[in-house]
Design a protein around this ligand. Structure first.
Ligand code: GDP
Ligand code: MG
Length: 294
């Protein structure tokens, strides 16, 4: 038996379902999924181990027009990460390619070794719509393969994994079997907290927020894991919104985040949240580096 292993990047525009796809393949929540665009900031690695292969997935942030320093770093990371991987899965929607897609797809194909097109959300269209879309993509670009999928229903996911395997090089297993993600627990907890801020606050608040988990205390003699995190905002006025009157908003965010963290990690947690103002942090390169954006 030939064993294969390699790195795979999932690329595509915001909201096409990249995080949902990764979670569906790995079978465990590792990248946050919300109806709002641009929620995935860092590259998140998920690992899929099957009897004859190990696939290491990298979920890239959506490729978009950068609006600020953080945006620039995100886009640079998105294309940069493609060069180092064996296979790129470009995720798109079951609609005819638009000029934006043409441009992005060309760039993605130029910066990757092998590119597989995954047409996602096929549960939302009829075959009669889907088939000409597949035909158009096949005619316009030279993808290694085109696989229609639904990350939500699971349709086509096994076929996609098999297709990816086909293009991986022969190689050893690089990570233990039971390791679904090499992402730090702290990062995942921070993402969950940020997701709750997204859910409960509106308009300009979400994108002005970043979360850093400062302390993660797991003590054998105690059954509760103590986690302390900072929620950073850009302006003093935003701080008030996140805290809410009498701390009501922060309480809501904290308890929703705690419940989800408990569900994901399967343990009891004590979560302390602090809200801090870091003026224009999205433009502050040294702060961005400090919280993990390189
Ligand atoms: P990302 O920005 O590319 O990572 O997209 P997400 O994974 O966050 O998904 C964006 C939205 O599309 C979420 O509301 C998902 O539930 C939804 N979505 C993802 N995949 C599918 C799918 O196959 N079918 C349908 N109907 N919705 C999907
Ligand atoms: Mg995402």
């Amino acid at each position: 038996m030939v064993f294969k292993s390699g790195y795979v990047s999932i690329a595509g525009r915001p909201n096409v379902g990249k995080s949902t796809l990764l979670n569906e393949i790995i079978g465990q929540k590792i990248a946050i999924v919300t109806p709002k665009a641009q929620t995935t900031r860092n590259s998140i690695t998920g690992i899929k181990t099957v009897p004859d292969a190990q696939i290491i997935f990298i979920d890239t942030p959506g490729i978009h027009k950068p609006l600020h320093k953080l945006g620039e770093i995100m886009v640079k990371n998105a294309f940069g990460s493609l060069k180092d991987v064996d296979v790129v899965i470009y995720v798109t929607l079951p609609v005819m390619p638009k000029s934006f897609d043409v441009d992005t797809v060309r760039k993605v194909m130029n910066s990757s070794k092998k590119c597989i097109l995954a047409i996602n959300k096929v549960d939302t269209v009829k075959k009669a719509i889907l088939l000409p879309v597949i035909g158009k993509y096949a005619e316009m670009f030279s993808f290694a393969e085109i696989v229609p999928i639904s990350a939500l229903s699971g349709e086509g996911i096994d076929a996609l994994v098999d297709t990816v395997k086909k293009y991986l090089p022969e190689g050893p297993q690089l990570y233990p079997d039971d390791m679904a993600s090499d992402q730090m627990e702290k990062f995942l907890a921070a993402e969950i907290i940020r997701e709750k801020v997204f859910l409960y606050t509106k308009e300009e608040i979400p994108h002005s927020v970043t979360v850093e988990v400062l302390r993660w205390n797991e003590n054998d003699s105690e059954s509760v894991v103590k986690v302390e995190a900072n929620i950073y905002v850009e302006r003093e006025s935003q701080k008030g919104i996140i805290i809410g009157s009498g701390g009501s908003m922060l309480k809501k965010i904290g308890s929703a985040a705690r419940m989800e963290i408990e569900r994901v990690f399967g343990a009891q947690f004590y979560l302390s949240l602090w809200v801090k103002t870091k003026k224009d942090w999205r433009e502050n390169v040294s702060f961005l580096r400090e919280i993990g954006f390189k």
